[in-house]
Structure formats: C-alpha cells, structure tokens
Design a protein around this ligand. Sequence first.
Ligand SMILES: [Zn+2]
Length: 343
Amino acid sequence: MNSLEAIRALPKVELHVHVLGSIRPSTLLDIIIEDDIKVAYKTEQDIINRFQYTDFANFISVYMEIIKCIKDGKHFETITYEMLENCASCNTQYVELSFSPMDHIKQGIEFVTIVNAINKGIKRAHKEFGILTNIRVDLVRDSAMEEAMNILRSIKANSHNIVSIDIGGNESAHSPKPFAPVYKCAREMGLHLVAHAGEAAGPKSIWDAIRYLNVERIGHGVTAQEDPNLMEYLKRERIAIEMCPVSNLRTGVISSMRNHPIRDFFDRGLFVNVNSDDPSLFHTDLNNEYIQLHKHLDFTLPELFQISLNGVDAAFVNLQRKTQLRTLFIREYDRILELMTRY
Ligand SMILES: [Zn+2]
C-alpha cells in the first residue's frame, strides 16, 4: 500500500457538508427534467461548467440557482443517499450533514417533508454502507430572527437526528448578534451550536460568533490567523475548527493551497478537522481534501490520522459512540500501517 492509497483508506469524519452542495450533476439534471424546471442547464456538462466561481459572492449566486431547481422535498432522499454513498467511498464513517430549511421553505417545501426525506436517505445509507449520520440545521444570517425562531419550533416538532444549528449566508454583511436569542433557545433545547465564521469576513466575525452565539465549533475560521489573541483563545478553549480547504480555494478565500492556514493552525495545536463543505459544487471529496493537504502542505499520514481523530472528538455524539468510533479508527489505522510495511 503506497501513501496515497493509505490516505484514501484512512477512516474519516465529515462534520461540515451541505446536502444541496453534494448533489450529483446527473441527479440535478434528472430533477430539472422530471419537474420541468426552467433553467439554462441542458446537459450534465452545462451543470459541471456552472460549478466554477469568480469569488464567494458568485458562489452564493450559483448556490441559489440550484436551490430554485428543487421544488419537491422528496428529492432530498436521493440527494442524501447519494451524498452518503460518496462519503462511504472515502471511508467516512460518521457524517453531520447540513441543510438550509429557510431557502427551501421559500420554494414552498415544508420543513417536515425535508427532514423525513433526509432521514429516509440516511436510513438507506446506514443499511447499505454502515455509515452513521446526524443532521444539522443551517440558518441564514440574511433572514429575520423571527424566521429562525420558527425553524426552532419546527425542530422541536420534528427533531429526529437533528443535533445542532449553524448559521451561514452573507457573513460580511450580517453580524450574528441578532441571532443571540435563537442560539440561547437552541441551547436550552439541547442542540449543539455552530457558526460559519472567518470565511468571507475577518477575525471579528469569529469573535462575534463566540461572544454572541456561544458556539462550540467554527465553520472555516480561516481569518483567525490574522489575530494572535484569537488563535490563542481558540486553542485554549479547544473550539473545534471545521476547515474546508478546497472550498476556500474555489471561492477565492485563499490564493493557493500552499497558503491555506490549516498547516499553521495544526502546528500551533488548534483543534482542527477537515471537511468537503459542498463537494459536488467544489469538485472535491474528503479523500481529495486529505490528499491536497499531503501534496501541498506536507501533512504526513500520522498527522492526517490526527485530523480524523479530531473529527471524532469534535463530533456531536455521546461518549459511548465517540469511544466506539475512536476504537474503530485506531484499529483501522493500525491495519493500514501494517499493510504499508508489508508491500
Ligand atoms: Zn459551509
């Protein structure tokens, strides 16, 4: 077994991945044809070509185009199942997938319809690949606080497999502060708390997510590197950073993979894990993310395994499940090391 095969074989955890950003171009085309959606895409290649971005704002506009193609909640079963099939092909053993109900409710789909369809996809994938999956609900910064409160009410009524809330959307234009009551309420409901921050805005955005939302994890966190005090704080408080390197490259947050701050974060002992964010939209998967770190930032196999274990430690599962995953991961890693010495 060579080093690239070993990286692919590593057991992995995916904590930051959006369901809609995982849609296969072929599936999107099937949906467009089946539901007679009026869009400019005529072929699978048209869709693949559309998944290129000039900057973060351009990426968001493409993302919104895809949202408008989904008018029936039942499609989430297929999208989820196929997404988890892709995850399983990277030996991903545990997934926390995100969906953004506000965007779909605007398209006339009910919250409960999406959650039920996603759970059907999860169940099928678990049966076939043994993959464990929880759901996180992504709220949109640009929307009103009352809308977010309505989503919490929907979660209360249909909470199956939902473990956390998150906040995404236009980070540079919207402070997380108005969402403080939503996060407080979610915490009281027993939900975990995450925020996208430090991706399209500076370190203040991360401080605000910590200060106003009390988050346990930060999605992206790239710009924390600009603030040594924040780096120290993230390390000391062991706040998990869900880094998504290829996503940052594709949306222009970083200029090249060599410049991604994950190497610095890792070397300083920050609690980082690696994720694919919107794998289909960014032409990536978790295997590719790990390989990019190995090729461009000299991450060794033991370091990449540490990143996998960080994912286990940061997962929103109970201690028993965490211990099971850790034991499984260590066993698989030992087997990989043995195979590497044998051939
Ligand atoms: Zn994201």
